[in-house]
Design a protein around this ligand. Structure first.
Ligand code: ZN
Ligand code: ZN
Length: 395
């Protein structure tokens, strides 16, 4: 039997799809979600939801007050709103009209589902207690938006007790919801390395004896030994060198070579050790080639750690929406990152769910691709999950 909330969500399907299409057709890049912000505000205003003014042109914080007698819990629901610098190549009716910009990660759908959940919750105020915060954040794709919203004070005044977020996932079928306790997504840090030698004639390398290309090449190779020889094989760490630049001509040894990379970890103790290990290798290798090295290391978002307690609670809510058979445990943590982890640092009692969007007998949906299509049929399930979580938590 469908839960009454799933039924309400299906009743709202046309609204949720219309909202999604409105956002999808006019995608906006990270920190430029001006029209999306205005649209969300106007939709919340229509249903009488109060908004907390933010010192920012992007992002919205809506508040719904429950009217049932019960615990004065504050629960936040979060959606992201930004698109990507990708040219859309689908033939959807709401295909992007902005050249080179596209909702290719489904954040339009996340926003539309939270708008749908807001409508359901407003109509059920007598069935939950406490306060609901609706966080519509900018800039998830560059992993800065959650920090921006935290700095805007969205988790304070009143302080948030519980938080939930959600993302579409092609590894699960449409109509499924997937959850995982504990470490679920990786931290994301990045670094730049500059190796300096002496430039000279390519025919006479021995006259300078400090070729930064050779030092950089050996450094790139040696950095992989951190994973295989310095970290337990059962711990998940990725180090990827993703850019390398140096030189101007085939017969000139350049003075400098620069490369940059990405570091992903599940474990925060291991994460703390990686910068030192990278520094030791690039310094050692560079000096053995008579070169100097410089490392700039930047710490990004932490690993995403789901609260076991809240994950169990959401599991029960999910069963009410899609049935016990369709709630799946995510066996393996992902090495991708999600800036929702920053909220969880402040509010550990939180969970990030995965909404299945893969349709049977269709090619695998590819995220961050010009042909990405988030099936609209998945929207009522995500909408219902957000609302059900509130009804079950705020009692
Ligand atoms: Zn994305
Ligand atoms: Zn995304």
């Amino acid at each position: 039997m469908k839960s009454s909330i799933l039924q309400k969500s299906f009743d709202l399907k046309d609204y949720i799809i219309a909202a999604k299409r409105q956002i999808h057709i006019k995608p906006e890049l990270s920190m430029s979600e001006f029209e999306t912000t205005a649209f969300v505000k106007s939709e919340l205003t229509k249903i009488g939801i109060d908004m907390v003014p933010l010192d920012s042109d992007v992002g919205v914080l809506g508040l719904i007050q429950g009217e049932k007698k019960g615990k004065e819990i504050v629960t936040a629901l979060r959606a992201d709103m930004d698109a990507l610098p990708i040219q859309e190549t689908t033939d959807l009716v709401d295909k992007s009209i902005v050249p080179g910009v596209m909702h290719a990660c489904g954040h339009d759908c996340h926003t539309a589902m939270l708008l749908g959940a807001a409508r359901i919750l407003v109509s059920m105020k007598d069935q939950f207690s406490g306060t609901i915060k609706l966080i519509f954040q900018p800039a998830e794709e560059n992993l800065f938006g959650s920090q921006h919203m935290i700095e805007q004070g969205v988790l304070k005044n009143p302080n948030v007790d519980y938080i939930m977020g959600m993302h579409g996932h092609s590894g699960y079928q449409l109509g499924q919801i997937a959850l995982r306790e504990g470490s679920s997504m990786a931290s994301s840090d990045f670094f730049n390395v500059k190796i300096t030698g002496t430039s000279g004639h390519g025919a006479y390398p021995h006259r300078v004896g400090c070729d930064p290309i050779l030092a950089a090449s050996n450094s790139v190779m040696a950095l992989q030994s951190i994973i295989t020889r310095q970290i337990d094989a059962l711990d998940n760490v990725v180090i990827s060198i993703c850019t390398i630049h140096g030189g101007t001509a085939k017969n000139i040894i350049p003075e400098t070579v620069e490369f940059s990379g990405s570091v992903r970890c599940q474990n925060k103790e291991i994460r703390k050790t990686i910068e030192g290990k990278i520094k030791k290798i690039i310094n050692g290798v560079s000096s053995s080639f008579n070169c100097k090295s410089e490392l700039n290391y930047h710490y990004g978002v932490p690993a995403l750690i789901n609260s076991p307690e809240v994950t169990k609670a959401l599991w029960k809510s999910a069963e009410k929406i899609v049935g016990a058979d369709n709630v799946r445990y995510i066996d393996i943590p992902a090495m991708g990152s999600e800036d929702f982890s920053r909220y969880l640092e402040v509010v550990p009692k939180g969970v990030f769910a995965r909404l299945g969007i893969q349709e049977p007998n269709k090619p695998e949906i590819l995220f961050h691709n010009g042909n990405f299509v988030f099936p609209e049929a998945a929207l009522p399930y995500g909408t219902a999950l957000l609302a059900q979580f509130i009804i079950d938590t705020n009692q």
